[in-house]
Design a protein. Structure first.
Length: 181
């Protein structure tokens, strides 16, 4: 039996190629963990990870609107609107118009939504946000700067930064157009 890749690299010189291979494996570990978590959540709740997270936020802050939901999830407002629309059509969330401004919608989870939420294991926002929150602030700032350099080298589209991880990690199940208008 051959040693694990990390052990095999340990005996080699610390070449740029060896470092690149280790970093690629780290990204794979993170992405596979995120994917596995959201697959488990989807299997348990019968809903996508972003929908479960939205339900959890509505359970914890009943009466918030779509704008506040989008802010708390750090997603585009149209993505939040589409999430709410799907949850409402499924009978898991109700939207009420109260107060003088009838355009303002207050969102509340229904009993069926709360039952679905009880079936899913957390963290509802995902494992990566939970891990990032636990990091030392100075380390988090360095990570932000270093990933910024990598993103610049990749010339990424900044719009994808507001797509929920649950959607990205389940790309074979759903695509971005399922949540954007």
């Amino acid at each position: 039996m051959s040693p694990p890749p990390a052990a095999a690299d340990a005996g080699r010189a610390d070449t740029p190629a060896a470092t690149q291979a280790r970093v690629m494996r780290q990204f794979r570990q993170i992405l596979n963990l995120v994917r596995a978590h959201f697959q488990q959540v989807e299997k348990q709740a019968g809903l996508g990870g972003a929908q479960v997270w939205a339900l959890a936020l509505l359970r914890d802050t009943p009466g918030i609107g779509v704008t506040e939901l989008a802010r708390r999830m750090d997603i585009h407002q149209s993505t939040a609107s589409n999430l709410v629309r799907a949850l409402t059509q499924a009978g898991l969330v109700r939207a009420e118009r109260k107060g003088s401004d009838r355009r303002t919608v207050q969102l509340h989870p229904r009993a069926a939504g709360l039952r679905r939420l009880e079936r899913a294991s957390g963290p509802f926002a995902g494992l990566l946000p939970q891990a990032l929150q636990a990091l030392d602030p100075a380390l988090l700032k360095r990570l932000e700067a270093d990933l910024g350099v990598l993103l610049a080298a990749l010339q990424t589209d900044a719009r994808s930064a507001r797509m929920p991880l649950a959607v990205i990690s389940m790309s074979d199940v759903a695509d971005e157009n399922d949540f954007h208008s």
